[in-house]
Design a protein. Structure first.
Length: 114
C-alpha cells in the first residue's frame, strides 16, 4: 500500500533494523522500544489490522507465530518469557494501520496494560 510506513519498511524504502524475513513475514526492531527487546512482526502483505484478517490469512497467521517462536528462541527471550501484543483499531491504541504483533522482552511485564 503506497502510503503505509510498514509497507515501505518491507520494501526497504524506509530503513529498519531487520531481524528476520521470509516470503511472508518481516521482523524488525521498533524505533521507540518499550522494553530492552521490542520487535515488530508483520506480514509482508498489507492487512490493515486484526479486524481485517480473513479465511485466506490462516496460514500466514500461523507462520507469524512460528516466526515469533523461532526469533525469540534465537534472541534468548524464550527462557524468561516475553509478551506478544496486538493493538487493534482506535480504542486498541493502533497507530500504524498495517497488522503487527509487538514482541516485548527483557523486563517484567505488568498487568493490566494501560
Ligand atoms: P501501534 O501503536 O500501531 O501498535 O504500534 C506502532 C509501532 O510502530 C510503535 O511502537 C512505533 O514505535 C513503531 N514505529 C512507527 N514508525 C516506525 C518506523 O518508521 N520504524 C520502526 N522501526 N518502528 C516504527
Ligand atoms: Zn502496509
Amino acid at each position: 500500500m503506497a502510503d503505509c510506513i510498514f509497507c515501505k519498511i518491507v520494501s526497504k524504502q524506509i530503513p529498519s533494523e531487520v531481524v528476520y524475513e521470509d516470503d511472508q513475514v518481516f521482523v524488525f526492531h521498533d524505533i521507540n522500544p518499550q522494553a530492552p527487546t521490542h520487535l515488530l512482526v508483520i506480514p509482508k502483505e498489507h492487512i490493515q489490522s486484526a479486524a481485517h484478517v480473513t479465511e485466506k490469512d490462516k496460514e500466514l497467521l500461523g507462520q507469524m507465530f512460528v516466526v515469533i517462536k523461532n526469533v525469540t528462541e534465537k534472541l534468548g527471550l524464550d527462557k524468561e518469557g516475553y509478551r506478544i501484543v496486538n493493538n487493534c483499531g482506535e480504542l486498541g491504541g493502533q497507530q500504524v494501520d498495517h497488522l503487527h504483533f509487538h514482541v516485548l522482552g527483557g523486563r517484567q511485564m505488568q498487568w493490566p496494560p494501560g
